[in-house]
Each structure stands twice: as C-alpha cells, then as structure tokens.
Design a protein around this ligand. Structure first.
Ligand code: ADP
Ligand code: ASP
Ligand code: MG
Length: 411
C-alpha cells in the first residue's frame, strides 16, 4: 500500500462531470489499496475571472485582498469533489490551505510555503478517508490567506507529498505528459517517458507552464517522485504512465536535446551611447532592480568611441515601468538614445546532453537563419541556449528547431 498525492488542474475539474470523473479515478486508486490525498485547482478560467473582477474596481488592488479573493476558486472545487466522492460511497473530507495549516511567508500573490502540519490529514487517512486539499493557497503567521503564484497548485501538491513523505506525486492535467515542446504549438511534439529534474527545472523556468517552477524545485530538493499524466485518459495506469521526472542516471545515454521551451512574456530594452566607464552597468541596472523589476537577459556591447550599448529583457508587464526608469537614467549618465520592443519572445533549447557536445549552438543558429529569423539576443548555460526573436516568428522558430534537432523521432 502506498500513499499517493494526486493533483488535478483547472481543466480536469472544469465542470461537474469532470469532477465526477476525478472522483471515480480517485476511488479506483483507493480500491488498489492506496491512501490518497487530492489537491485541486479552481475550475478552469475561474482564477482569471476572479482577478478580473478586482481589476474592474482597481487595477492596483491590495495584494492581500487579491489573495483573499483568488483563494475562493479552490474552495469551490474541494467541496464539490468531496461531495462527489461521498456520493459514490467514499468517505472524504475537504480542507482549505489555512485549515490544513499550510504555513507560508507573507509575500501575497507569490507566497512561499514554510511548513505543513500533516496531523489532520494523517488522522483522516487512518480513518479511511480521502483528503481533498485546496491548491494554490496557504496562510501566514498572522492568519492572512496567501496564494502561491499562478500555477501554484502544482507546488501545493508537491509540498504536501514531501511533507507526507508520499510514495509519488501525480500531476493530472490536460496533456498526457511532458512533451518535447508545447504540443499546442508543435503538433509533432513527442511525449517523453522520462525527463531529469534538472531539465524540467530549466524547461519550467524558460516558460513551459506544464509544471510551476517552484513545484519542480521542491520535488528536486525533497526527493519527491513526480509524474505528469492526463486526467482524460481512461483505462489502466500501465497504458498511460505519463512522464516521470527523475534524477540523472549515470551512464544513461542522454539525448542531446530534450525539449524546446518558449516564453511570450518578455520585452526588450536598449540604452545606446552610454559613456564606457567602470560602474556603468550598475548605474543602469541598479535603479531597475531597486524598482523590483526582474531582469532576465543582459548584453553589453564591446565599447567603441568611448561609448557602449546595453540591452536587457524584463517581464512584459514591467515594460513601461522599466522604460520610464531607463529614460531617467539615460539623462543622468548622458546616454545617446533609449529604445525598446515589447513584441519579442524567448525560445530555448534544453538538454543535459549538451554539456559534452559542441555544435548545438551552430545547428540552432543555422536552422533559424535558413528560415530568415533574425536573432536579437543570445544567452547560454551548461544545458540550454536561449535566443530572443520577434514575436511573429515564435511558432516558426519552435517548429524549425524541433525539426532541426529531430525531436519528433524517438531518441
Ligand atoms: P493545469 O490546469 O492542469 O495545471 P496547465 O495549463 O497549467 O494545466 O499546464 C498544461 C499545459 O501546459 C498544456 O495544455 C500545454 O499546452 C502546456 N505545455 C507547455 N509546454 C509543455 C510541454 N513541454 N509539455 C506538455 N505541455 C506543455
Ligand atoms: N488556480 C490557480 C491558477 O489559475 C492555481 C493553479 O491552477 O495551479 O493559477
Ligand atoms: Mg498549471
């Protein structure tokens, strides 16, 4: 007998019928003799709807109240799932994050989990109940309701699995695993049987929203066996095992490239003709950081004629704010010109096999060049290469790279 945490995303609990399907699946696992803790998201679209209501009143609403509001989405689905389970004869109990006591810090809208009290859950399991926990939410020391950032139910699931020392955390979603790239953009994308934590972390941080990045961090840190699978596949588990996130196995023949990630949420800013002197990067990027704007890629040109150019990317939501700061900085440091482009995207190839192989970058650049796709910025790490290109080339770039690295064919 195992203890399994199952997390169901928004589409998987999007209607009453879908919730009933989830109840049936949970009961199938119970009948195999396992203890089950279920974590659910709000019905699909609900979190957006709730936050939209707040925006109608005040686009800059108090984050504490936004969390109070957004957390209600998950309170609906936990109760409905518990009712569906009970109706089918399975004793069940639902809890909000605060009721479990998923203790977080006070960073409203992006809180981090500090500690989980598992007593109540363990008592229920011992009594033969299925425990249903609201994803995406917790409570701070003062009793304020907090949320964990968009997509945060994944992190609730993994954190509960870690706290309960569960045998596995299963993330049920609307695709049947982790693919070589988003199957909605590249229909030839291929499901991976396995992916390493390291690669999954890179994919998530480079924009693949199939798992929230913090959930992967958590799973890696606490050694939680993690699996992504579909809530729409009927039939035995063995036929639809999804994708297992694993530690790198030494000696295993690693594929060169595992996947392609992309991020549509970036914008690019450039400051030109900055006097090339020590401290310039700090004078430009210091005020940006002070305004809590996170900078992703940074490129500084080699100086010529005593001046240099600096280009960097930020989240698209921060574009106007960053532009305002940059204009002020330009005056102060005596720069020639400030420009920007909010219609750019970042496309990245990821693979642990890249470490020991040269030539990945040239294959990537050649493929993009053949399609006439201009690269604005490049950044690399041991296991990834990212490029910034115009937004209009996103689909073409993803498909071209998918093809260039033969990702549609089994490794
Ligand atoms: P949920 O509501 O279940 O949490 P999400 O929408 O957050 O679901 O995540 C699932 C979606 O992630 C898929 O529908 C797919 O479009 C997208 N996705 C992006 N990259 C990938 C990838 N590499 N593999 C699988 N799905 C991906
Ligand atoms: N309901 C939340 C969101 O839409 C959390 C989640 O679905 O993971 O972001
Ligand atoms: Mg999600």
């Amino acid at each position: 007998m195992a203890l399994i945490v199952q997390k169901y995303g928004g589409t998987s609990v999007g209607t009453v019928e879908r919730i009933q399907k989830v109840a049936e699946r949970v009961i199938r696992w119970r009948k195999m003799g396992h203890d089950i803790v279920v974590v659910v998201s709000a019905m699909s679209g609900e979190t957006n709807r709730l936050l939209g209501l707040a925006r109608e009143i005040d686009p800059k609403a108090d984050p504490r109240e936004l969390d109070m509001l957004a957390a209600t989405g998950e309170q609906v689905t936990i109760a409905l799932l518990a009712i569906a389970l009970q109706k089918l004869g399975q004793p069940a109990r639902s809890y909000t994050g605060a009721q479990v006591r998923i203790l977080t810090d006070t960073a409203f809208t992006k809180a981090r989990i500090r500690e989980i009290d598992t007593q109540r859950i363990r008592d229920d399991l011992r009594e033969g109940r299925v425990v249903v926990v609201a994803g995406f939410q917790g409570v701070d020391e003062e009793g304020n309701i907090t949320t964990l950032g968009r997509g945060g139910s994944d992190t609730s699931g993994v954190a509960l699995a870690a706290a309960l020392k569960a045998d596995e955390c299963q993330i049920y979603t609307d695709v049947d695993g982790v693919y070589t790239t988003d199957p909605r953009v590249e229909p030839n994308a291929r499901r991976l049987d396995r992916i390493t934590f390291e690669e999954m972390l890179e994919m998530a941080s480079l924009g693949s929203k199939v798992l929230q990045i913090r959930s992967v961090e958590f799973a890696g840190k606490y050694n939680v066996p993690l699996r992504v699978l579909s809530s729409f596949d009927e039939g035995p588990f063995e036929e639809h095992p999804g994708t297992l996130i694993t530690y790198e196995e030494n000696g295993m023949e690693e594929p060169l490239i595992s996947g392609i990630a992309f991020n549509r949420d970036e914008a690019q800013l450039t400051i030109k003709g900055v006097p090339d002197a020590p401290g310039v990067a700090y004078r430009i990027l210091g005020p940006v950081a002070d305004a809590n704007v996170e900078v992703d890629m940074i490129v500084q040109n080699v100086g010529a004629d005593g001046t240099t150019d600096v280009t960097f990317t930020v989240h698209r939501n921060d574009y106007d704010k960053a532009m305002g700061i940059l204009r002020k900085v330009a005056d102060e440091v005596g720069a020639r010109e400030v420009s920007g482009n909010a219609k750019i995207v970042k496309v990245s190839v990821v693979g642990v096999g890249m470490r020991s192989h040269a030539g990945i970058a040239s294959t990537m650049f050649a493929a993009l060049a053949r399609e006439g796709i201009n690269i604005h910025m490049i950044s690399t790490s041991e296991i990834k290469i990212s490029v910034v290109v115009d937004e209009k080339y996103l689909e073409l770039a993803v498909r071209t790279l998918h093809d260039a690295f033969g990702l549609d064919k089994a490794a």
